[in-house]
Design a protein around this ligand. Sequence first.
Ligand code: AMP
Length: 558
Amino acid sequence: MKYSEIVKLYSALEATTKKLEKRDILSNFLKEVPVDLLPTVVILSMGRVFPAWKETELGIAENIMIKTISKITGISETKVKEQVRKAGDMGIAVKNLLGKKSQTTLFKKELTVEKVFKNLNKIPTVAGSGSIDKKIALLSELLTSATPEEGKYITRTVLEELRIGVGEGIVRDAIAKAFNVPPDVVETAYSVRNDFGEIAQIAKEKGVEGLKKLDLKLGRPIKPMLAQKVQTIEEGLKDMGGIAAFEYKYDGMRAQIHFDHGKVTVFTRRLDNVTKQFPEIVEYAKECIDAENCIIEGEAVGIDPKTGRPQPFQRLSQRIKRKYGIKEMMKEIPVEVNLFDIMYLNNENYVKKPFEERRKTLERIIKVIPRKFQLAVQIVSSDPKEVSKFYKKSLSLGHEGIMIKNLKSPYTPGSRVKHMYKLKPEKETLDLVIIGAIWGEGRRSKWLGSFILGARDSDTNQFVEVGKVATGLTDKNLEDLTNTLKPLIVEEHIKEVKLKPELVVEVGYEEIQKSPTYESGFALRFPRVRRIRDDKGPEDADDLERISILYEAQKGKK
Ligand code: AMP
């Protein structure tokens, strides 16, 4: 397939903000794609080359892209950088520069989707000395054959910022429409396979029946089951039918551990593969799991080696991102894994089994190493007084709160369910994305000083402003935030910058108000940053729907 065809698709998708139109454009396109090429087209339309759950990453930074462009256009790196700054988007800058370039390549080969995908796939495989040059050569080969418009999208794909506003929801609905299958069947298949390419292929070839047969697969992460919030123990107990399991709510990283005859893979709640970052989890799993294969889940908590108490999540999050110096980090922030669920055992799917049975199974197959690889502390109770004591004990040990779980319920991948609740002492907070910032004044002028908070608009998959925050941050915070946010700057206007929506912060506030000035229709009164949630991505941020529910709930309390 010609790459220009997929470029036409990108342009059409970029040209509309309407969700249904995007769905129709993508669905019409998918209908025409040959079945063996569907996985490639689907993943490219999501702006990715590798799914997040693969350890493989493209890993091309802007500076490599700048070097590549300079090489193929003969323009100096400084000039290229200037163009990028002017255009505010590397893709557009490449388009402009390729447009200006004199056509020296006489026999330009027309690019195919297969060729682009092949070269991009080769990038992570080059290693060792001269690897940067080899990566540049692979990119140059594509860009010299590319038309300006193709160059724009190749660049954006390489930098993993396609910006055509196609999220998971649109892809799900487009596959459903293209191959005439219900969206919820696609959704369920996706929650266990996490690969829309594979799902599109099966939908086309085998229809609903084929999708329904899809099962969990070792090494392929499942979307985690999510909890809802409750305000009181009584509320939780009542919904669970008067008796429930209560567990400490540990504050760490959710770890989904896949074990297959001694091979261990660890995924985060965002389904990123973090096996390399946590060698001790791999060791514990090998030592403690008595099974041929299984998928289990727990919370990995960073422990202070001196006091033995849980460390704030912020410390542990440094380990999630670390690609080097892993041994030192392991000493500084060792983790303790608290296991709480099992979804698969010895080739059998366990998600439909009741929680009490899953917990018993987990107890049976895990040989506990105390304070390293253990089961989440649990009581089963129908007595609010007993639970209240348990809750206080959990908080006194430095945990976040408690989880309340229905003993009879299944594991429901990817859903925020009414059979698992969380209870925490603090007031409701919002997870929002920083979408812009304003440079500070006076002493703080070298740092970004206030931040524009965005909530997700699920209809358009865009982020819309709900407030500005400048409080809750120390000088050190501002410096760190500035460093984190600088590479995300996409546009700069005197004092204000527009940012790629990536960084999620947990925000406390006094009240949610209706706002005629903000496009979102809401404004937060006295927002305050509680902490940076780098365990969450923009797709996990709260949306306008949740804000409107909280707004209504707040009205109810007044
Ligand atoms: P939140 O991130 O506030 O939505 O809370 C839900 C998270 O609590 C889950 O995603 C887990 O990572 C974490 N968690 C901690 N302890 C437990 C537990 N005992 N059972 C289930 N989830 C837990």
